[in-house]
Design a protein around this ligand. Structure first.
Ligand code: NCD
Length: 368
């Protein structure tokens, strides 16, 4: 199979990016799952699909799985990969803006996967680039391609997405994978969430407000033991040490949840344990032997979903209408937001439904 590049896209410089998991419709996610499954069954069919195409990986934060799976995905499609080995080696340390980085890399590659410590950085990159952008994690905001790996895992392990009770446990405040997973799973009927975290690491308001608005049932608890028996999926996460400004607070919460075989005794026999990895100590290695543990499969599925996504974005012809934005009426106060540092970036907010709530388009902090 060889990719057919749409001529209009090349001529008019249009492109499709994935910054948030909601940039993909439910139908597109179904189609990515089908493609990923076909790739797993018939890898040779795709071995030249991206011949001559170049993926640039820009990782300004540590990564093992995400970066290697993107690179392995592109090589498996017959394409090439270029990258800047680490943030300390790129012009970003010389003070180059994200937008200028986008102009630069657009000259050398056909698609970019970027991870950046600031919330909204991937959106700034996409707005300035002339090639498709994939958000490989923007600060504590979101991580759509981890969610693609998670969705394929759920699909293969459970056979369906609807009517699942999903427990998300650990650092729900800074855990970007959880934010994207909740957004994605909220679109399937009968799904409910149990959010298990210390009080200081509750999910941010942009996640909880969206659930309230869509009337999706969820509850919050501090006790993993109490939640365990009702869960179909337990999604564990690491406490994100790098996002804490107060190291003492990190020390206080870092060992809040440690999953052990004993704690799994009250779980359903067909519950699945997931984790985006890396784990620090929140899942005992003894759990790895449990047939319900599927975090190592998640890693493998990530590679195939990233292959499917690269194929889709390099060949895509449909462009959703941009979200209407309000410029310069509000100023984002979130110190982790890209709008705090990016050169001459205008503050841009979107209205939540028809409410009087406005959120920063980059990091989703509420306008005050
Ligand atoms: C996650 C991330 O980077 O957000 N890792 C990953 O991409 N698989 C989770 C984490 O770092 O805790």
């Amino acid at each position: 199979m060889r990719l057919r590049i749409n001529v209009t896209r090349k001529v008019f410089n249009m492109k499709r990016s994935v910054i948030d998991i909601l940039d993909l419709s439910v139908a597109e996610i179904d189609s990515l799952i089908q493609t990923a499954t076909d790739i797993m069954d018939h890898p040779a069919k795709y071995a030249h699909a991206c011949d001559g195409k170049i993926l640039a990986t820009l990782f300004f934060e540590p990564s093992t799985r995400t970066r290697l799976s993107f690179e392995s995905a592109m090589y498996s499609l017959g394409g090439h990969v270029i990258s800047v080995p680490g943030s300390s080696n790129s012009s970003v340390v010389k003070g180059e803006s994200v937008a200028d980085t986008a102009h630069t890399v657009s000259c050398y590659a056909d698609i970019i996967a970027m991870r950046h410590p600031q919330e909204g950085a991937a959106l700034v990159l996409a707005n300035a680039a002339s090639i498709p952008i994939i958000n490989a994690g923007d600060g504590g905001h979101c991580h759509p391609t981890q969610t693609l790996a998670d969705l394929l895992t759920i699909h293969r392990e459970m056979g369906h997405f609807d009517h699942l009770t999903i427990g998300v446990c650990g650092d729900l405040k800074y855990g970007r994978t959880v934010h994207s997973l909740i957004e994605a799973m909220s679109r399937y009927p009968g799904v409910r969430f149990v959010m298990i975290s210390p009080e200081t690491l509750r999910a941010p308001t942009f996640v909880r407000d969206a659930l309230n608005r869509k009337q999706i049932p969820y509850r919050e608890t501090t006790s993993l033991e109490e939640a365990m028996p009702e869960l179909d999926i337990l999604y564990m996460t690491r406490v994100q040490r790098e996002r804490f400004s107060d190291p003492e607070l990190y020390e206080r919460v870092k060992d809040s949840y440690i999953l052990t075989p004993e704690k799994l005794r009250t779980a359903k026999s067909d519950m699945r344990v997931m984790h985006p990895l890396p784990r620090v100590n929140e899942i005992s290695v003894q759990v790895d032997e449990d047939p319900r543990a599927c975090y190592f499969k998640q890693m493998l599925y990530g590679r195939y979903m990233r292959m499917a996504l690269i194929l889709m974005l390099l060949g895509d012809t449909e462009f959703p209408a941009p979200r209407p934005l309000i410029y310069d009426r509000f100023v984002c106060k979130n110190h982790r937001c890209i709008s705090q540092t990016e050169q001459e970036l205008r503050h841009a907010f979107y209205q939540v439904g028809d409410s009087d709530i406005y959120r920063c388009v980059y990091c989703e902090a509420k306008a005050k």
